[in-house]
Design a protein around this ligand. Structure first.
Ligand SMILES: NC(=O)c1ccc[n+]([C@@H]2O[C@H](COP(=O)([O-])OP(=O)(O)OC[C@H]3O[C@@H](n4cnc5c(N)ncnc54)[C@H](OP(=O)(O)O)[C@@H]3O)[C@@H](O)[C@H]2O)c1
Length: 303
């Protein structure tokens, strides 16, 4: 897996410099016998999301984004359960819903929630996604261009391409789960500083099957990996040496396929992380104690 330098340094460099470093790393991996290269974290979103890098290597490349989406959906569902949110009665929101990742996330959530709010900048583009989300099985789909619409959402997935944070403490409903898949983040750090009644996660950690030892400390507990890393492992276990996820477009079918392969090989959600740290069970219990009592009464009525 390519990890040539820190995210902060990578964001400050021109894409051509970043490509060159990743290609150098890929060639080294090739020389050592690697049959596929995975682009984790910021290396997956730089420039054209892997296309240029794949053209310069003899081994295939995958960004890991398909499994990232699958795990984000699993994580948000598991987090909702942890906060006693019954999805079939809940309102979900997807920010950046007209985007490549946002529209797939909205379609994946559609069959499980009561209502979805699609948030973005262009009503025309949101209306196109609305049709897909209705077809995917959500009975009530709304569009909105204001972040204030989040005040109604019990569950939020945010995946915009905004450069600065766009979700602030005042936008969120008490007891909400927010999964921030965007890079850079959509959720302002002020949310975790000021809102002790909402759970912000960045997708999930993946528990890798077997007694694997990475020999590399990326801040996770033993045998836990990022979903993007896991996608490469899954493809290698399947001997699927191909450019599985490349470029900005991600299809529903790709996400469903990698999720099924992950299950087959014993990969599963291993916990949540928030602002680069694992979220403990105790931290979730503390959030639950701060949720507005009227929301808790409403959720108790859902059972
Ligand atoms: N965590 C990971 O491993 C991972 C992997 C891949 C991608 N990502 C991140 O996921 C995000 C989305 O990627 P993508 O490929 O889906 O991008 P995309 O196709 O460009 O879609 C981004 C969407 O965000 C919308 N948007 C931009 N600024 C906004 C704002 N201020 N308010 C509301 N909506 C706004 C855009 O609206 P318009 O339609 O008006 O342009 C667009 O629809 C990026 O941050 C990317 O870095 C993360």
């Amino acid at each position: 897996m390519a990890c040539p330098f820190t995210p902060q340094r990578m964001l400050s460099l021109p894409p051509q410099t970043v490509y060159r470093k990743i290609v150098q790393t890929g060639k080294l991996a090739q020389k050592h016998g690697a049959k596929i290269l995975g682009l984790g974290a910021f290396t997956s979103v730089v420039g054209d999301a892997g296309i240029t890098i794949a053209q310069q290597l003899d081994i295939p490349v995958t960004t890991g984004d398909s499994y990232t989406v699958a795990v984000a959906i699993d994580a948000v569902k598991a987090a909702a359960q942890r906060l006693d949110i019954r999805l079939s009665r809940a309102t979900a929101a997807v920010v950046g819903a007209a985007g490549a990742i946002g529209n797939v996330c909205a379609q994946l959530l559609a069959p499980d929630v009561a209502e979805i709010i699609l948030i973005g900048r262009s009503e025309n583009r949101l209306n196109e996604v609305k049709y897909l989300v209705e077809r995917a099985g959500c009975p009530a789909v709304h569009i909105d261009t204001r972040m204030d619409a989040l005040k109604k959402a019990d569950v939020v997935i945010t995946v915009s391409s905004a450069v600065d944070s766009i979700i602030e403490p005042e936008h969120l409903k008490s007891g909400a789960v927010v999964c921030d898949v965007a890079r850079p983040r959509d959720v302002s750090r002020r949310v975790v500083e000021q809102r002790n009644d909402v759970l912000v996660i960045e997708g999930g950690m993946v528990a890798v099957p077997g007694e694997v030892q990475f020999n590399f400390n990326f801040g996770f507990p033993p045998r836990m990996a990022f979903a993007c890393m896991a996608e490469t492992m899954i493809l290698a276990l399947e001997r699927r040496y191909e450019n599985f996820t490349l470029g900005k477009e991600i299809s529903l079918a790709q996400v469903q396929e990698i999720a099924a392969l992950a299950k087959k090989h014993g990969f599963r959600l291993g916990g949540f992380r928030s602002f680069e740290r694992p979220v403990t069970s105790e931290a979730i219990d503390i959030i639950k104690q701060h949720i507005d009592p009227s929301i808790l009464t409403q959720r108790n009525g859902w059972r």
